[in-house]
Design a protein around this ligand. Structure first.
Ligand SMILES: Cc1cc2nc3c(=O)[nH]c(=O)nc-3n(C[C@H](O)[C@H](O)[C@H](O)COP(=O)(O)OP(=O)(O)OC[C@H]3O[C@@H](n4cnc5c(N)ncnc54)[C@H](O)[C@@H]3O)c2cc1C
Length: 312
């Protein structure tokens, strides 16, 4: 049967015979017969990871990173970066920053820093809170936000999740997102704390103004976050305050959780970009573990398209 490409067709299953792809099953009941599939469903398509795992298609657990978003008034970042007092020069763009610190053998670093930007909700299922960031093209909002995340080594850091095998990172990610949902009050309101309160271990009596539209709820993230992440974040934030004088301030909020920096699962592929066991399956982009952002995902898409077209 034909798929109507004017509408979104969700893939719900793969038909595989003798380790070769031969069709895709769609949610609308249609089937697409094909011998080659570029699988580029992104790092949040958990249903696809579960489906592949259920079909015993080889996957690998992959290290990733998780943490929080920190939000400062943009003028504080401008003052630090431009060494200016008061407002930045009208010709200067909103200042950005990039920070990294090694804490107890794991990287703690800024991710997707958004000058003049907004913190936005990025959950993909009910019962979870995930935050991300974006800047409008003018970068003219009055806040600067950035993910501050801790590297998670899947081989060493998740002993309690071993029962989930290659999906252990995914399950850990889900648990942190559920924790953000319950501690934020069971809606898209996100749990938050003043930066200094988080580092010094006390509940915030009140919070700073925020760009996050659903709103914030004061929560003791210092005690709720797993120690693996929370203690490293605290050390990292103090170190960042040394590198950028004025960064460590009660005028900043931290907002939970920044959990989708990259895929916690890798879908393996051979040199010809095909899955090692399933002929005709080409894992691609961020969901396969081969990209980290718009440009690298687009470039990987081109490579996969060329690889899938060989011999046609
Ligand atoms: C708020 C936000 C801001 C970002 N800002 C930046 C930025 O400034 N710079 C940057 O480089 N990156 C940014 N990123 C990251 C960037 O969007 C991703 O790295 C990139 O989009 C990954 O591309 P991809 O093609 O691998 O996957 P995706 O863009 O996630 O595309 C996957 C597609 O597959 C579809 N899909 C999923 N499951 C199925 C299914 N079962 N059947 C059919 N289709 C399915 C999805 O609907 C989606 O359209 C941002 C991400 C977010 C959420």
């Amino acid at each position: 049967m034909k798929c109507n490409f004017d509408t979104v067709c969700r893939v719900i299953d793969f038909n595989i015979k003798n380790n070769k792809i031969n069709a895709l099953q769609l949610q609308n009941g249609n089937e697409i017969q094909t011998e080659r599939v570029i699988l580029a469903t992104g790092h949040s398509a958990r249903d696809i990871y579960y489906l592949l795992h259920k079909k015993n298609i080889v996957l690998q657990a992959k290290s990733f990173a998780m943490g929080v978003r920190v939000e400062h008034p943009q003028h504080i970042i401008d003052t630090i970066q431009y060494h200016c007092k008061g407002d930045r020069d009208a010709l200067l763009p909103a200042a950005a920053y990039s920070l990294v610190e090694q804490v107890k053998e794991r990287g703690v670093y800024s991710f997707c820093m958004c000058p003049g930007g907004f913190i936005v909700p990025a959950a993909t299922a009910n019962g979870e809170v995930v935050v991300n960031g974006m800047s409008p093209s003018k970068r003219n909002n009055k806040f600067a936000n950035s993910g501050i995340v801790v590297e998670i080594d899947v081989e060493k850091d998740l002993p309690k999740y071993e029962q989930f095998g290659v999906l252990k990172g995914l399950e850990y990610q889900k648990d942190l997102e559920k924790l953000a949902y319950t501690s934020g009050g069971r809606s898209q309101v996100a749990p938050a704390q003043r930066l200094t309160d988080f580092v010094e271990g006390r509940l915030s009596v009140n919070l700073n103004e925020t760009s996050y539209q659903p709103g914030l709820q004061s929560a003791p993230l210092h005690s709720l976050m797993p120690k693996l992440i929370g203690s490293r974040l605290r050390t990292g934030f103090k170190a960042f305050g040394q590198k950028m004088k004025g960064y460590y301030t009660e005028e900043a909020n931290i907002v939970g959780v920044e959990s989708r920096t990259s895929s916690p699962v890798n879908i393996p592929r051979k040199d010809n970009l095909e899955h090692p066991e399933i002929q005709g399956l080409f894992p691609c982009g961020e969901g396969g573990g081969y990209a980290g952002g718009i440009v690298s995902a687009a470039m990987d898409g081109e490579r996969c398209a060329e690889a899938a077209a060989v011999g046609l």
